[in-house]
Design a protein around this ligand. Structure first.
Ligand code: DIG
Ligand code: MN
Ligand code: MN
Length: 389
């Protein structure tokens, strides 16, 4: 592949240990790849040009490891980071694999499970901070139901709020330089998952004691599973100052969580997302929460990882071309033309402004008959993406 689209630290491309470390087990099949150690995965990621590596607590330290084993694992991991120059921008807690979380973690009906989930998260926060993480993600994969007979959604919300408030206080109490990013998903592995979309998460954050410490980690596949426009979810998060992290991958609509390589399905929506992130100057990690096809060996896994970053870089180039394309930009100027006749009605409210607006005549016929040239604009975009301009 050409060196033109070579990843560098400036893009902050990161992968979770669980992504390139996925051994291809799924609900209908056994693993197809051998397990690689976290140290080997760090070297694999460094070898393909990634900037950083993220992990769930148990991706790195097995749930039943002794403290001596934990210390040795962490020390070896730190050595691999030092040898490769890789960093750990984000960590997270696995609150979904162990059987004890079968009915949720923070929202479990069992108070012992809720307390254990908090304890596990405190330890995972400590581990992430020890390795340099500045963001801790919460994906509530088991926080949901198959029957609403089993759990009052109000109570589930209160339990989640109580846990998040407790954990924010823990970070403050320990003086950690750490923020939380909540990741939404509408379903799978639960029949329905609470707080199913990024928009729902944004509303929930406003109810917390320390909302300034909590943002969102939108994932392409998860908004697509809900049939939503991912760019619009990201733009709303950005507008609210809450885009603390982002999970990039791809996903066909109306399917289970496919976690495909970035841009593998919806190249046009991936383009508009990349253009948005680059236009607004997003400074966070570009995290690929995805995994290679189950058909692949580790050479295929490396192709997967390189492909995520390469497609992002190609779309960055396309975005710069779109922004510099004179025909596209001329069309945008035309579309957004403003003759200044409505200046009096812009901005904040006044009694006089409302009275004047009520007296204003509008020519609905002329407004409704105006052609907007969106077909031409979109075709110019498709031409640019297909390389014919
Ligand atoms: C799944 O999309 C979730 C988990 O892999 C993890 O908790 C989070 C971090 O990106 N994404
Ligand atoms: Mn996913
Ligand atoms: Mn994710």
């Amino acid at each position: 592949m050409s060196d033109l689209f070579k990843p560098g630290p400036e893009q902050k491309f990161t992968f979770g240990l669980w992504t390139v470390g996925s051994i291809g087990r799924d609900s209908f099949g056994e693993p197809v790849r051998q397990t690689m150690s976290p140290v080997d995965l760090v070297h694999l990621l460094a070898g393909v040009g990634a900037y950083g590596v993220n992990f769930h607590d148990n991706d790195l330290v097995p749930i039943d490891a002794t403290s001596a084993q934990r210390d040795r694992i962490v020390s070896n991991f730190k050595n691999a980071l030092a040898e490769t120059g890789m960093v750990v921008p984000m960590a997270t807690t696995n609150l979904f694999s162990d059987a004890s979380f079968k009915d949720g973690a923070f929202t479990s009906n069992d108070p012992k499970v809720r307390a254990y989930a908090l304890q596990k998260t405190l330890n995972a926060i400590d581990l992430g901070v020890e390795l340099g993480a500045k963001i801790h993600v919460f994906w509530g994969g088991r926080e949901g139901t198959e029957t609403d007979a089993a759990k009052d959604p109000l109570e589930a919300g209160k339990r989640t709020r109580e846990a998040m408030n407790f954990l924010c206080e823990y970070v403050k109490d320990n003086g950690y330089d750490l923020k939380f990013a909540l990741e939404a998903k509408p379903n799978e592995p639960r029949g329905d998952i609470y707080l199913p979309t990024t928009g729902a998460m944004l509303g929930f954050i406003a109810t917390l004691d320390h909302p300034e410490m909590v943002g969102v980690n939108p994932e392409v596949a998860h908004e697509h599973m809900a049939g939503l426009n991912f760019l619009h979810a990201v733009a709303q998060a950005w507008d609210a100052g809450k885009l603390f992290h982002i999970d990039l991958n791809d996903q066909a609509f109306g399917r289970y969580d496919q976690d495909f390589r970035f841009g593998a399905v919806n190249i046009k929506s991936a383009f508009f997302l990349v253009k948005f992130l680059e236009d607004v100057g997003y400074q966070g990690s570009r995290h690929f929460d995805a995994h290679a096809y189950r058909t692949e060996d580790y050479e295929g896994v490396k192709s997967f990882a390189r492909g995520c970053m390469r497609t992002y870089l190609i779309l960055m180039d396309k975005a710069a071309r779109w922004n510099a394309d004179s025909e596209i930009q001329a069309l945008l100027l035309e579309i957004n033309a403003d003759d200044g006749s409505m200046e009096a009605f812009k901005g904040s409210y006044s009694t006089a402004k409302a009275a004047a607006l009520k007296e204003q005549d509008f020519d609905r016929q002329s407004m409704g008959s105006k052609g907007l040239a969106y077909e031409r604009l979109d075709q110019l975009t498709v031409d640019l993406l297909l390389g014919t301009r």
